[in-house]
Write a new protein. Structure first.
Length: 128
């Protein structure tokens, strides 16, 4: 089991994500900021290219196209599937800066059966 929001967890999640289908055009450099966690704020980023997660690392990416900021509690609920990411965004619980059109183009992926299956697999290897 990998501790949620650790580099080990990001690495294991990326390996699991290798099975995701290619999605032409689904590319983005995304920064995540999770606030108020037991170890303080955590920043990590993803580099997506055509639906494939190429990079997933703790830290900041200098040229993020989109930054998503959320509380530790909400981020955990989203990861566990207890809070829909789209609903959290609409409720203002996920703050977004940057290229909103880019983010909106990626949202349909989060409702795909493949993505939901991946989320379940990631939860099985996660220690919250």
């Amino acid at each position: 089991m990998a501790k949620w929001l650790s580099q080990e967890w990001l690495d294991e999640s990326r390996k699991l994500a290798e099975s995701q289908p290619e999605r032409p055009g689904a590319s983005a450099r995304m920064q995540y900021v999770v606030t108020g966690g037991p170890d303080g704020d955590i920043k990590y980023y993803w580099v997506l290219e055509n639906g494939k997660l190429l990079e997933s690392k703790i830290g900041e990416i200098p040229d993020a196209e989109v930054t998503l900021t959320q509380s530790y509690e909400d981020a955990m609920k989203i990861q566990k599937g207890e809070l829909d990411a789209n609903a959290a965004f609409m409720q203002g619980r996920v703050k977004v800066t940057g290229n909103m059109a880019k983010l909106m183009s990626l949202l349909p992926i989060t409702n795909s059966p493949e993505y939901k299956g991946l989320q379940d697999e990631i939860n099985k290897i996660t220690e919250y």
